[in-house]
Unconditional design. Structure first.
Lengths: 443, 443
């Protein structure tokens, strides 16, 4: 029997844990689901004979060490900044580890020791990062294998709401951590365009966007992700001249969201003293420059050329001009905005979310200009069985299986950019209807 | 004999130390000027019989303690974040302390102990903060004494270049720490306007400005300082409805500077990997969106309605479109911009700087609307004898004298908002031609 320890039983773990439970008997796995909230952990394991739920405190070193010692592989579903102690213990006790988070500096430091102990620290094995790497590298490797030279790589992903559940003007509901949505884009985006380095700071990340068309699903707004250039080497794109990774939103979302950026409502760096004594109307009044007219008219004046009917109606729909009390004490503008949006953008019980991913590969082969567009659309079933949980959880689960059954023998810090990891992963994902459509174009 | 220890002998100390030396014999002071750079300290003390210069390392605890023990009063001219150890030792050994910096949280924590030992921790006793407090409170106290109710208080200050030395299109040269100029305005400004709290985030602090007229000196741009509301209680302005503190720049400076904010060039939070391999032209190209035309045309398109001839010529004058190599390795955008501006905005040997300060007090007295405008303009003599060094150094020096001669008997953390501190200070400053002009208006 192999022991798998899953730390964290939050909302992105439903498909992960179901897969592990469904495969436990066949592969002789014991699954331990550990969470601060024992009831939550129990709700995920049910009465499965190969599974147990435990109450778990990541900061209790004795418990953490004992559970990790007892495991063959540890899956950390904690927030990214909490992986550190788990990773150190995994390496110390010679246990495999898997996370859906970006490779951290601490993780990199553990690479040599992990290799010496022949264990794998598998990272970025969710959706984005995760499926994006796997699906991009599959096509990149194929083009390179044929002798093609890739000059353009653009890749976009968005966690959205399915059209049939899209009943609010923003076309957005939360299918993952709302805080990350509020703070998204902060920093400076870096990418390559026609051989040149390009920077977009936060103050124009939601206005300097592009429009992406996904066949059969229409158009989407796309804004640039923080660091695209760092992936040039990781993706073996030594000839690339244009390289951009970005995030998709429904058309019109970005320029409307930019209103919040301009107002200052996405700022998480300072606290509004006495915010609990303010209403939303007062908050907007405080951020809007003084001027003639009511607040809606002042907002229109403030937004200038961006003040379309669409933007103004999106803002009004949120109720930001109403005298609704702010329920948070001494909160940051970002916290106050998040509180409002969590109510307005709630994914309801029967709502379906939708994942959209699209890669564009422009390349030269035998002197001819060609392109491949590879697209993925996955819809969720309901509030619990989201496309987000599915596409984050299944890559983790499948890859954990492939590590434990010896199909993946790599060691040290890994992400799914090598064929031995991505090939079986993408094949098995297709059986869950997570399948890319490829379109070849001769230009 | 009383011993005064001056820690730090940088460029804002020239008037401070000269005043202390000139008054040393009459008041029986021994002056010790302590700096990392012994030659710099020596250049300030000269061969004065009551003064000595020492090489001093603030992080050498033994030396720091010995020197502070030996002093009756310590003046810290270090950067603000370095006052902590000095303040702790001053309180421990029962010595007075004076700085021109804002009261820090650490300083507040030392208040009770300082009071119990009957020593004063005198802060914010330079120009801004310093003279601004003293001169504002003088008028506020007078209006209150007459029974007036102040509803409006606006206060502006700028360290500028004198018109006779103003030979660049920005109307700006560095008379103090350039880094502070580059990063100025970051955060969110908070103030009161017509009884309402108002916020201005960094992305529009240089566009949401106002124009201030100073009689005989023309107009200036004014942008809001970070926290004006915090001064409501400190200034005893319980009835105030409009309260704003701001910074002055020459007309046209702010909207031109806003170009750098929009581009992302004032960002100090991330490093441009390989900046030493780029030219200025490439840097601007990286921050400008792609588009038709040369870089000047793209800048014009980018700035939109703000792209006046004046703004465009200011930018061009800096040479930002030229293929000048960037001399800094892996630097932040703000560091790269500072490096350029330090060359372009150098205060030359015979240049004169200029301090402009203006307060506006709107009040009701005997049922009538009145206003007082109180203005200060101080010009420097040259690159060394700047108005900045004069107006930062003299308030410190004069107040130190008044502490040591027993005119000021307050203890604990103080700023110059009380009559026992500001009255003698403002009177003596007038003998140095640092004199406010007051204008009364009946509305």
């Amino acid at each position: 029997m192999k022991n798998i320890l899953v730390i964290g039983a939050g909302r992105s773990t439903v498909y992960l844990i179901d897969y592990l439970l469904n495969n436990a008997a066949a592969h002789q796995w014991n699954i331990t689901v550990a969470d601060m909230d024992l009831q939550l952990a129990k709700s995920k394991t049910g009465a499965h004979p190969n599974a147990k739920a435990i109450s778990f405190d990541i900061n209790n070193a004795a418990q953490r060490e004992a559970e990790i010692k007892n495991a063959d592989l540890v899956i950390s579903m904690l927030p990214a900044f909490m992986h550190g102690e788990v990773a150190k213990d995994c390496v110390r006790f010679g246990k495999h580890m898997a996370t859906a988070s970006y490779v951290s500096d601490l993780m990199k430091e553990l690479d040599a020791e992990a290799k010496s102990k022949d264990i794998i620290l598998m990272n970025e094995i969710g959706l984005d990062p995760g499926i994006d790497h796997a699906s991009a590298l599959k096509v990149i490797d194929e083009i390179h294998h044929k002798g093609g030279k890739i000059h353009t790589f653009k890749s976009f992903c968005g966690g959205l709401v399915a059209p049939e559940s899209n009943d609010n003007p923003w076309g957005y509901k939360f299918s993952w951590n709302p805080r990350n949505v509020i703070l998204a884009g902060q920093g400076t985006a870096q990418f390559l365009e026609n051989g040149k380095i390009k920077f977009i700071p936060y103050n124009r990340i939601y206005s300097q966007t592009e429009t992406i068309e996904v066949a059969g699903h229409g158009q989407f707004d796309a804004y640039a992700n923080r660091d695209s250039i760092g992936y040039k080497d990781i993706y073996n794109l030594s000839d690339v001249k244009t390289m951009l990774r970005g995030t998709l939103r429904m058309p019109g979302y970005c320029i409307a969201w930019n209103s919040f950026v301009k107002l200052g409502l996405t700022d998480d760096s300072w606290k509004i003293h006495g915010s609990e004594k303010m209403t939303w109307a007062q908050l907007i009044d405080a951020f809007l420059p003084e001027g003639p007219g009511n607040m809606e008219q002042r907002m229109k004046e403030f937004l200038g050329k961006d003040a379309s009917e669409d933007v103004l109606s999106k803002l009004k729909w949120l109720g930001i001009y109403e005298a609704t009390p702010i329920p948070l004490k001494d909160a940051t503008p970002a916290q106050i905005l998040q509180d409002l949006l969590e109510k307005k953008w709630l994914l309801r019980e029967t709502d379906k979310d939708m994942i959209v991913m699209q890669h564009y590969f422009g390349y030269t082969l035998d002197g001819k200009e060609k392109a491949i567009i590879s697209s993925l659309v996955v819809k969720g079933q309901d509030q619990i069985h989201t496309a987000m949980a599915k596409t984050v959880g299944l890559p983790l689960a499948i890859t954990v299986k492939n590590i434990l059954n010896g199909k993946i023998t790599s060691s040290g810090v890994q992400i799914p950019t090598t064929k031995n990891i991505y090939e079986d992963l993408l094949t098995e994902l297709e059986s869950f209807d997570v399948k890319f459509e490829e379109q070849e174009i001769s230009l």
